[in-house]
Design a protein around this ligand. Structure first.
Ligand SMILES: Cc1cc2nc3c(=O)[nH]c(=O)nc-3n(C[C@H](O)[C@H](O)[C@H](O)COP(=O)(O)OP(=O)(O)OC[C@H]3O[C@@H](n4cnc5c(N)ncnc54)[C@H](O)[C@@H]3O)c2cc1C
Length: 396
């Protein structure tokens, strides 16, 4: 290869946990014939892990949006993060919604990682806020709403609903918080002890909770006008509230891939079907991989699992570059990650299930205290992306 030979592209659609893990892996051993191009519609990486707290506590929102600029050490020949919306995938190119210098509106790929994740209702996810200013502003609006409300109804008792309930009660004990969860049990993928401890902590903070019931969402959604209304549940309860926050489940963003490869989409859940090698289930496209929240895998959908899968995708692409005839079965086979999670319940409480020395340990406040930081470890995201999180950098 001469210096003038154009590099072949490994394109990743979606610049979150899968993409960052894959990019860091590529930096270790990607042959110099190739480079990584990440297409991401947001200007910055969204550190969602701390969004529930940032909906309540003001003044550090800028720490949750880390710039991509140094991910490839400012070497575009190794890789680039392009801010654009991917609008179409052909057999050879990804089309984007705006012209980018050096590419135009179409980016050729030899390998593709489809990592578009999932949409969650705001404020758990700020999918539609593409600039840092816009996303920070949105968090501030949510804080203002929570400050103004007196009786808050949280709909959905997943990680976001649970964390948000406790954060609100810890900082505004005068506000009434009601959490409605459709199942009888919180975090059913984890040990029963996680549920039991969670119920105990919710009670300690005075969160009113109803399980095994569903809120009836009015047609057109809630009005968001701070009027005190009575919200009905399916079981016939009436919950008074002047602010309602949706913390319900996620919708996989698989539409783009479904046009190129309908057979790789599971019609039941809209997730992308993939082989253990993390190639999509479509033999016409052995060069397309998928991982993370959009992928139909047994793993619980967490950043940790997405990270691990991103590494497998990149390692298998490197294997294929080095030995193009490798069969899927000769590539690294993904094995599901044991369910692990750490939930922060306010500034000094929490529950965690972690795998330690082959054992699944559940733990509460004592162990978690060691990991507590007001920003829930946001600086590590800045570290992944090569820009240290300092006071001077925080607004970058
Ligand atoms: C509030 C909250 C808290 C969480 N806390 C934790 C936690 O503490 N620990 C943990 O392990 N996990 C946590 N999770 C889960 C974790 O965030 C996800 O599992 C993880 O982010 C999934 O990563 P991903 O790479 O699959 O995709 P996502 O993080 O969903 O990101 C997908 C990316 O693709 C981009 N995108 C989508 N379509 C396009 C397109 N057409 N063109 C360009 N870009 C596109 C999106 O803008 C987005 O940035 C939390 C999730 C939420 C919502």
């Amino acid at each position: 290869m001469t210096a003038d030979t154009p590099k072949k592209n490994i394109v990743i659609i979606g610049g979150s946990c899968v993409a960052i893990a894959a990019a860091l892996e590529a930096k270790k051993s990607l042959p110099s014939t190739h480079r990584v191009i990440i297409i991401e519609k947001h200007s910055h990486f969204h550190y969602m892990f701390a969004f529930p707290r940032a909906c309540v506590i003001e003044g550090w929102e800028n720490e949750l949006f880390a710039p991509y600029t140094k991910l490839f050490d400012s070497h575009p020949d190794k890789g680039q993060v392009i801010q654009a919306l991917a609008t179409n995938i052909t057999k050879t190119h990804v089309e984007i919604d705006r012209p980018i210098e050096g590419f135009g509106t179409s980016i050729e790929y030899e390998y593709l990682i489809y990592a578009t994740g999932a949409r969650h209702p705001e404020p758990g996810n700020l999918n539609d806020h593409d600039t840092k200013t816009g996303a920070v502003q949105r968090l501030k609006e949510v804080q203002a709403k929570i400050q103004k409300a007196t009786k808050i109804l949280l709909i959905g008792g997943g990680a976001v609903g649970l964390e948000l309930a406790v954060e609100i009660r810890e900082h505004f004990p005068e506000k009434e918080v009601t959490l409605v969860h459709s199942r009888d049990r919180y975090m059913p993928s984890y040990k029963m002890r996680m549920h039991n401890k969670t119920v105990e902590i919710l009670a300690e903070f005075g969160v009113r909770e109803f399980r095994g019931d569903r809120v009836v969402i009015p047609e057109g959604g809630f009005k968001d006008d701070f009027k005190m209304i009575k919200v009905a549940t399916r079981d016939g309860k009436e919950i008074e509230s002047d602010l309602q926050i949706m913390c319900t489940g996620m919708t996989p963003q698989s539409d783009l891939l479904s046009k190129l490869s309908p057979q790789s989409i599971n019609p039941k859940n809209r997730l992308v079907k993939i082989k253990p090698s993390l190639q999509i289930v479509d033999d016409d496209f052995p060069n397309i991989f998928s991982a993370g929240d959009v992928a139909d895998l047994e793993d619980v959908k967490t950043g940790g699992a997405a990270w691990r899968q991103g590494i497998v995708c990149m390692n298998n692409i490197i294997n294929l570059i080095n030995s193009p005839k490798s069969a899927p079965t000769s590539l690294t086979q993904h094995s599901p990650m044991p369910p692990q999670i750490m939930l922060y319940f306010g500034l000094a409480r929490g529950v965690a299930q972690l795998k330690m020395f082959f054992l699944f340990c559940t733990s509460w406040n004592f162990l978690l205290k060691r990991f507590y930081t007001y920003n829930i470890g946001a600086p590590r995201a800045w570290g992944w992306l090569g820009t240290p999180m300092t006071k001077e950098n925080a607004d970058m």
